[in-house]
Design a protein around this ligand. Structure first.
Ligand SMILES: *[C@@H]1O[C@H](CO)[C@@H](O)[C@H](O)[C@H]1NC(C)=O
Length: 238
């Protein structure tokens, strides 16, 4: 009787932990997909036209990515993929963002997929991860990253990430890295590129997402209180 109670108690205590925590990493040798947005852009012209290319800040971010994603960094990038740059210079920011890095790594940039072809991008990524071991860096315009994530099969942020809600790259950020390990169904963590001067003081968790973090401690305490109550109650049932 006593051991049955202990078992029940242990189950009640542990169950909420594993219920919310679907394993986020399968085969640890499988490639990791890193997704970033292109670097900062120049302001629009007086008549509201887009100016192609990167701003001075964007150029320094692109140059710094050589260090962020270097061979000796934890990211160990083997393959880089960006949206197709147009001949007139538009849609070229993702390419320009990773160009110094690609040169430094000696990696060729895959740039055949159209910006809006999320299915094509996802298929290329899936094909790559199925056949290779090295990690892949994907750089795109931020509004299309949601569609690529969906086409890949990413449905949510992991519980550990501290992020909740729909998968959207925030408009106001250029530094975030979506870390997507196999089986490519969750964004496991969101990291910052931490480019000096540009990202100083930036948390990988924007303020609108931080509520979840502060909620987790009270939730854990609540679980213990409820579990204790149910444990007591179980004596009167069994
Ligand atoms: C980086 O990735 C390559 C390709 O998978 C692998 O051969 C190499 O061992 C990795 N390097 C490190 C330091 O993990």
């Amino acid at each position: 009787m006593r051991s049955l109670h202990s078992l029940l108690f242990a189950f009640i205590l542990i169950e909420p932990l594993w219920a919310g925590q679907v394993p986020i990493v399968g085969d640890k040798d499988a490639p990791i997909v890193y997704m970033i947005r292109h670097a900062e852009k120049p302001p629009k012209t007086a008549d509201g036209q887009d100016r192609p290319g990167l701003s001075a800040e964007g150029t320094s971010r692109a140059e710094h990515l050589v260090q962020t994603f270097s061979k000796t960094s934890k990211y160990n990038i083997s393959y880089i993929m960006v949206q197709h740059p147009k001949k007139d210079g538009h849609r070229s920011r993702p390419y320009q963002t990773v160009e110094p890095l690609a040169t430094s790594l000696g990696v060729k940039i895959h740039s055949k997929i159209d910006r809006d072809d999320a299915a094509g991008a996802a298929a290329t990524i899936k094909n790559y991860v199925a056949k290779n071991k090295g990690n892949i860096l994907v750089c795109w315009e931020h509004s299309q990253m949601r569609d690529i994530a969906a086409a890949l099969g990413i449905t949510r942020y992991s519980d550990q990430s501290g992020w909740t809600g729909p998968i959207e790259y925030p408009h106001g950020r250029f530094d975030l890295i979506w870390v997507v390990p196999t089986p490519y169904t969750q964004i496991a963590t969101v990291e910052s590129q931490k480019v000096p001067d540009l990202d100083d003081g930036n948390s990988p968790i924007p303020p609108e997402n931080s509520a979840r973090q502060s909620k987790s401690l009270p939730m854990a305490l609540m679980t213990i209180v409820v579990a204790h109550f149910m444990y007591k109650l179980s004596f009167s049932i069994i």
